[in-house]
Ligand binder design. Structure first.
Ligand code: SAH
Ligand code: SF4
Length: 345
């Protein structure tokens, strides 16, 4: 952060304003080396280059899909792999005509929560990402595609709220005018439902948007899909959501993957409509993407539409996500697994 960096500079006998210059090079001018920072004294550039590294993640693969979704696989300094997905325009996601460039970023290597539909948790949790590793995903993608990302979703690999401290640190920098300068309303954190951290997030000042991975509208169905529901059952989760809604006065989003004959019944649709209406939330319906090694499938289109019809008839705002990136294994964690099991030259 700016203040911390200024203090570090003062410690090594440099004026505090050098911190701002350095951040300007990193975030505005996107310098890739200390040597390029021409308005810093040469001696300081040498010291910085000796003590620090600029940039720690390396692009391993970049896959483009027919519908222009781009998927990036990055290698971290300890050789772990993470995924980042760029979705150029996502009216299907947000229900409006837009020139949004949405970036979906990861917060952990693997995931400890083991949701039954998700590739990210299949090999368990490896480690939390550091704030720098979270932010660098944005820098590397913008550098590669030559455009600014204007919408950020924490829906990649990992449970963001289980890496709360580094997540908030990263968001602080992403939001700061001296950092990436992206407004909090353009940042969405998605969670599998860690109720205490949802309350914590509600109590911090930024107007970050919150999405809840619901995927089941009653406890038995949700527990079958998401083991975290045992720890934070619906009543506790929805209480925390109510608290967030009251504090932030913003609409929450429920994500709901449609899985054939698991959570796509009329009974679930009615229960989901009740939950969403109670919280004045909107619903994103997402047809399940088949994951290698998992048996579930998506319902036929007619069944997806019937499910949405129930929400609509009860006045709940919803979108049914159009296919995006299916051909490049865009559901989080899939590309990493493919690469781990069949390394590319
Ligand atoms: N851990 C957080 C953030 C990860 S993103 C969370 O669970 O919310 C999780 C989202 O990725 C899910 O809500 C879903 O929208 C998407 N996703 C993961 N696996 C999927 C699959 N097999 N098919 C479709 N969407 C999937
Ligand atoms: Fe983890 Fe989210 Fe995947 Fe569940 S859906 S295993 S919480 S990344």
């Amino acid at each position: 952060m700016l203040g911390e960096l200024a203090a570090k500079f003062t410690e090594i006998g440099q004026p505090g304003f050098r911190a701002r210059q350095l951040l300007d090079w990193v975030y505005r001018k996107r310098a890739r080396s200390f040597a390029a920072m021409s308005d810093l004294p040469a001696a300081l550039r040498t010291i910085l280059a000796e003590r620090f590294t600029l940039g720690s993640i390396e692009t391993v693969r970049r896959l483009g899909s027919d519908d222009t979704t781009q998927k990036y696989l990055f290698r971290l300094p300890d050789s772990q792999l993470i995924e980042t997905v760029l979705i150029p325009a996502s009216p299907a996601l947000y229900g409006e005509a837009s020139d949004r460039r949405t970036l979906c970023i990861s917060t952990q290597v693997g995931c400890a929560y083991g949701c039954k539909f998700c590739a990210s948790g299949l090999d368990g949790w490896k480690r939390n990402l550091r704030a720098g590793e979270i932010i660098e995903q944005i820098l590397r993608v913008e550098e590669s595609c030559g455009e600014k990302v204007n919408n950020l979703v924490f829906m990649g690999m990992g449970e963001p709220l289980a890496n709360y401290e580094q997540l908030l640190r990263a968001i602080g920098i992403i939001n700061a005018p001296w950092g990436i300068g992206l407004g909090a309303r353009h940042i969405t954190v998605s969670t599998s439902g860690l109720a205490p951290q949802i309350r914590q997030l509600a109590d911090q000042p930024l107007q970050i948007r919150l999405a809840i991975s619901l995927h089941g509208a009653t406890d038995p169905v949700r527990t079958q899909i998401m083991p975290v529901n045992r720890k934070y059952p619906l009543a506790i989760l929805l209480d925390a959501c109510r608290y967030y809604h009251a504090r932030k006065k913003q609409k929450l989003t429920f994500e709901y993957i449609l899985i054939d004959r698991v959570n796509d019944t009329e009974e679930q649709a009615v229960a989901l409509a009740g939950i969403a209406a109670d919280l004045d939330a909107k619903v994103n319906l997402i047809p399940y993407n088949t994951v290698e090694g998992l048996t579930w499938t998506r319902p036929p289109l007619a069944r997806q539409q019937a499910f949405q019809g129930v929400l609509r008839s009860r006045g709940v705002q919803s979108t049914l996500r159009r296919e995006k990136g299916h051909d490049i294994a865009a559901a989080c964690g899939q590309l990493r697994r493919q690469t781990m099991t069949a390394p590319v030259a």
